[in-house]
Design a protein around this ligand. Sequence first.
Ligand code: GTP
Length: 239
Amino acid sequence: MKKKPKYKRILLKLSGEAMRGKREFGIDPEFISYLASEIAEAHKLGVQIAVVTGGGNIFRGVAGSKRGMDEATAHYMGMLATIFNAMALQDALEQKGLVVRLQTAIEMKQIAENFIRKKAIRHMEKGRIVVLGGGTGLPFITTDTGAAMRGLELGCDAVFKATKVDGVYSDDPMKNPKAKKLENLTLKEAFQNEKITILDKAAVELCMRNDLHIVVFNIHKKGALKKALMGEKIGTVIR
Ligand code: GTP
């Protein structure tokens, strides 16, 4: 009998960093096309997918406010950056032949539907990929937290956090060569351990309180998303 995927519906969080590919700034269409292929492969398994995009490759709200901007304004600019990425991803997915619905948390009638929870769920049930731009539409909330919120309200089985590292490490693997990879972790440990910063604490807390699992995996490894969905030992599962 054909093995079934471990997850029925997921919320995939793609950071702005992932959109940048090898570039220092902005969008890398080649890399986004690769991301779209990875999502297409995962979708072929029959998994329902909603994607939340970050925006750090274009504008970081936190960085803007550190340089003297009004913080809320900087955050709103960051939200617009996530919509740029969401549009680029929608385009790349559609070019692969997938049916996509773009919804934004900030009203942008000419280019996207408004975020409507039940509509997003219906789209996924009909086999469409839902791309969510604009975070939550509220300042002072990270896209990680926004992803956890959307994951919960859309009834997802897990938040899949795509990163450039292989999972959660005991310390920052880019800074500490002795950092060890953790294959399994509880949500409580991820919340309490200050060295675990792969997702911000507000996002982890939300997942912990609602028992929403988090899977951290390296999106740069071809096939990793599909393998993680099939329950293979890829990345770190936080549950
Ligand atoms: P069903 O209700 O399941 O048939 O979903 P649907 O998305 O196919 O139908 P609908 O008629 O709502 O949408 C048709 C197309 O218009 C889709 O590509 C939607 O994303 C798009 N669309 C719907 N509402 C809006 C909107 O408010 N703004 C923009 N820009 N596009 C929209």
